[in-house]
Design a binder for this molecule. Structure first.
Ligand SMILES: [Cu+2]
Length: 112
């Protein structure tokens, strides 16, 4: 009798938890699917800073959101003030996006 009561209680506690875990898994899966369409962070090495021209030349990994393989190229930057904070040889992580037809660094942070 005692054992039966314990089993019922255990089932009542465990089953909702299992159902919640499954729901959460699907939720995370949906989030991951959504994220692929968004610009993603990529590693880059600063090759040249052209403060006058407002451009930054980076050697970068694949930019999946732009369908671009890894290469070295010049980017526009969202905020030209960044060009005073970045120097040749720096390693950065950045997000690039197509802004009015120009491939532009829209976010960045120092990397090690
Ligand atoms: Cu490129």
């Amino acid at each position: 009798m005692k054992r039966t009561a314990w089993l019922v209680l255990t089932a009542a506690l465990v089953l909702p938890a299992a159902a919640m875990a499954a729901e959460e898994h699907e939720h995370h899966h949906a989030m991951a699917m959504q994220k692929q369409a968004e610009p993603s962070w990529v590693d880059g090495t600063v090759k040249k800073v052209d403060a006058g021209g407002g451009k930054l030349t980076l050697s970068h990994g694949p930019l999946e959101n732009l369908g671009m393989p890894g290469m070295t190229m010049a980017f526009r930057v969202k905020d030209k003030a960044w060009l005073g904070q970045i120097k040749e040889g720096d390693h950065i992580r950045f997000v690039a996006d197509n802004v009015n037809g120009n491939v532009t660094v829209v976010k960045y942070e120092p990397a090690h």
